[in-house]
Design a protein around this ligand. Structure first.
Ligand SMILES: [Zn+2]
Length: 57
């Protein structure tokens, strides 16, 4: 009797396990501000799959 694991690639990080930091120009964003007016967020562990890259069904 074989047991197939049912895993779905995380839709949030596309299986990359992390959310890549993004830079954007925004006056309302409360992140760390860069000199050129852009604000960037650092890479962070995906909160949806908790760094696994997939979600269990
Ligand atoms: Zn994820």
């Amino acid at each position: 009797m074989s047991q197939e694991e049912k895993k779905t690639v995380c839709p949030t990080c596309q299986g990359k396990k992390v959310i890549e930091g993004v830079c954007e120009t925004s006056s309302e964003w409360q992140g760390s501000k860069a000199d050129d007016g852009q604000v960037c967020t650092p890479d962070q562990e995906c909160p949806t799959c908790k760094g696994k890259g997939y979600i269990d069904e």
